[in-house]
Design a protein around this ligand. Structure first.
Ligand code: ZN
Ligand code: ZN
Length: 141
């Protein structure tokens, strides 16, 4: 299966092959500021299963709460962050789950940085909630 993730204006298209290795929801303040929403959802794919098929991205790099940098790739026209590359997980690429614009996209299996969750925001019990980011299974950002 192939899925295309696209930025807001449609110039940047990332093609992802197969199923995501992991889908992770993050409540951290950095994700809140980046998205303008209250959490982000990342679909992690093996680097070899992801290809940019249209457009050229710009990059913003910042340190993350894990202590490693994350490089965010965004559309220079519309500003959407389409994918990110955590230095901590060099074999994986995080893709903005909303960029697939597919309500049937797989549900996150975990939520991290729940310490920063807005209290009215209830998640399904099937999503494993972590107060911070569990180091041993850390796949967020
Ligand atoms: Zn765009
Ligand atoms: Zn986050």
């Amino acid at each position: 299966m192939e899925r295309d993730a696209s930025c807001h204006c449609g110039k940047l298209i990332l093609r992802c092959r197969g199923e995501p290795a992991k889908v992770s929801l993050c409540h951290c303040m950095d994700c809140q500021r980046r998205t303008g929403s209250l959490f982000s959802v990342a679909a992690f794919f093996p680097r070899s299963d992801v290809a940019l098929v249209a457009g050229a991205a710009e990059c913003f790099r910042r340190p993350s709460a894990s202590g490693f940098d994350v490089a965010f790739h965004f559309c220079p026209t519309c500003g959407s962050s389409l994918w990110w590359e955590p230095d901590r997980l060099p074999h994986l690429v995080g893709v903005a789950a909303g960029a697939f614009a597919d309500p049937g996209f797989p549900m996150p299996e975990q939520a991290v940085w729940c310490d920063d969750r807005h209290p009215w925001l209830e998640l399904p019990a099937a999503i494993a909630a972590h107060a911070r980011n569990p180091a041993q299974t850390a796949l967020s950002e």
